[in-house]
Design a protein around this ligand. Structure first.
Ligand SMILES: [Zn+2]
Ligand SMILES: [Zn+2]
Length: 241
């Protein structure tokens, strides 16, 4: 995907600034290569104790939380290395809503630092696609840019052609779980005559109710995927509906 000229300039400028001493994106102190200082990097909320199925933060790790037992998600496993809370939410919203690509690179650096290898080797990594209207407004797809950097780092095949956004949907953050599911129904389709690989990972930046990822997983499984895992940088503490 091509970045808007303004964003490309942002990239160019920050590349040149790499020669200057790095400042922490959160506190302004001396930073490491990740873009954060060691103290702020330590503050980031990790998510090791969670449900293996939906990555919901739990007091103890579990194969399946109560929500997943009552209503198993359409995907097979979830991986979300961070919890969506302070100060990660600040970096994420700067990346997502203010086109702060340095924040995006920092998030990828922190993710790969806590996971030198991914938990599985899928046949394809598929970022959650944005509808073209929203893509035009924002100028870039935050999930795609994360997926591009992660796939390169872990040497996984990136597929941006597989899944397409069929229609624009209301912002999920404003909806409860039931409304989210209804909102997402039929939102995606697999590209005509695309061969869907057996094991696909769908990647998003933040997972909240999981409705978006669930709809992607259903669409891929209907069209030939045998196993679908979902990966998100951060998991919001709210359960799936
Ligand atoms: Zn700092
Ligand atoms: Zn669960």
């Amino acid at each position: 995907m091509r970045l808007r000229p303004g964003l490309a300039r942002t990239f160019g400028v920050s590349r040149r600034l790499r020669w200057l001493p790095l400042r922490c994106l959160l506190c302004g102190g001396p930073a490491e290569d990740s873009g954060l200082c060691p103290a702020c990097a330590r503050e980031l909320p990790r998510n090791p104790c969670c449900c293996a199925r939906c990555a919901l933060p739990l007091a103890r790790p579990a194969a399946s939380c109560g929500h997943c037992q009552r209503r198993p998600p359409p995907w097979d496993a979830a991986w979300s290395p961070f919890r969506y809370s302070w100060p990660l939410d600040r970096l994420e919203s700067r990346y997502k809503f203010s086109a702060d690509l340095a924040a995006g690179r920092a998030l990828v650096e922190l993710w790969t630092r806590c996971a030198p290898q991914p938990p599985v080797q899928p046949d394809a990594v598929v970022p959650v696609p944005l509808h073209r209207t929203r893509l035009r407004q924002r100028g870039y797809n935050q999930a795609l840019e994360l997926a591009r950097l992660l796939a390169r780092h872990w040497r996984l095949p990136l597929r941006t052609d597989l899944l397409q956004r069929e229609r624009a949907t209301a912002a999920q953050t404003e909806l409860d779980a039931v409304a989210s599911r209804r909102n997402m129904r039929g939102a995606f389709r697999v590209a005509a005559d695309a061969a869907v690989p057996a094991h696909v990972v769908v990647l998003d930046d933040v997972m909240t109710t999981g409705a978006t990822l669930a709809e992607c997983a259903r669409t891929l499984k209907r069209t030939g995927a045998v196993r679908v895992d979902v990966w998100a940088l951060a998991r919001a503490p709210s359960p799936r509906g």
